[in-house]
Design a protein around this ligand. Structure first.
Ligand code: AMP
Ligand code: FE
Ligand code: FE
Ligand code: ZN
Length: 284
């Protein structure tokens, strides 16, 4: 069983359409794939529609949250949400708010670049994005305009959180997100909490507190996690009774990682499915 529980499509900042994503997942030899676009479930229906025989689809999302950093200041945190009821009203409203924040924020970043003389058209950047606009859409515009050589290069400077063009967005407080997901029958898993190259990290005290509040698991195996960090996280998950997942965080051509490069243990997956009451997994 090969299980990849964190991937992105064109519904957010991946480059495979949801249909291509499930076809590519089957071609990569996966048995289970989760579609986890940022702040949207727009990819769910087309992924179900195109699901190849033999592949199990987990409907999920990666939610933009704000937590407490190790240094005591707020830090951006990604929270994976699996198998929740998409019609739960307060959760659906919050997703809509997050997507509106994304649009306003990306427009503001693009406008700052344009004002500085960079060859960027803010409205064209927004038009290039699907339901959930993100910095990778601006990165691709910068590559297309010849400003930088790659999406990755755009993030080292122009799009970086400490860069001159960065604009904050108002993400969901982590505690609130964990309870919203639970109330919608879903299972929450903290994504890449030790991705050091992305910036500051979430305080361990926050993880411990969230475990008390219904957090479901920790993402352990991830391309941005070192081996020692994975080991430490697995220990923490065991201590707190949390699920342990592993995933590629595939973004198509926006990153170099392939589907299935990191995977989840089948027993952990079964336990995750057993905890969810929102929507079932889909098998074609
Ligand atoms: P945003 O959601 O708009 O804040 O943009 C963050 C997204 O940018 C993440 O979900 C990643 O997919 C992507 N990202 C962050 N750092 C990099 C990088 N170095 N190279 C490529 N994509 C990145
Ligand atoms: Fe992303
Ligand atoms: Fe993420
Ligand atoms: Zn992701």
């Amino acid at each position: 069983m090969r299980i990849d529980l964190h991937t992105h499509s064109t519904a957010s900042d991946g480059t495979d359409t949801p249909a291509e994503l499930v076809v590519n997942a089957a071609a990569a030899g996966l048995d289970v794939v989760a579609i986890t676009d940022h702040d949207t479930t727009a990819g769910w229906a087309p992924a179900v529609e195109a699901l190849p025989a033999g592949l199990t689809l987990v409907r999920g999302m990666e939610m933009s949250c704000i937590g407490l950093g190790e240094d005591g200041y707020p830090v951006s945190v990604h929270l994976l949400a699996y198998l929740f009821d998409p019609t739960d009203r307060s959760f659906a409203d919050e997703r809509e708010r997050l997507r509106a924040e994304r649009v306003d924020r990306l427009r503001a970043m693009a406008q700052r670049m344009a004002a500085d003389g960079l060859p960027i058209d803010p409205e064209a950047v927004l038009a290039s994005a699907g339901p959930s606009a993100g910095r990778p859409h601006l990165a691709r515009a910068l590559v297309a305009a010849g400003v930088v050589s790659s999406v990755d290069a755009a993030f080292t400077d122009l799009l970086a959180a400490r860069g001159r063009y960065y604009v904050e967005k108002a993400d969901t407080p982590l505690r609130r997100a964990v309870s919203m997901i639970a109330e919608a029958g879903g299972v929450s898993v903290l994504a890449h909490t030790k991705a050091r190259k992305r910036g500051r990290l979430l305080a361990e005290s926050d993880i411990r507190e969230l475990a008390e509040l219904g957090l479901g698991g920790l993402e352990i195996a991830h391309p941005d996690h070192s081996a020692p960090d994975r080991e430490a996280l697995a220990g923490l998950a065991a201590e707190l009774g949390l699920l342990r997942t592993g995933s590629s965080d595939y973004h198509g051509a926006n990153k170099t990682i392939e589907l299935g490069e990191f995977t989840t243990d089948p027993a952990q997956f079964e336990e995750l499915v057993g905890k969810a009451t929102g929507v079932p997994v889909v098998v074609s």
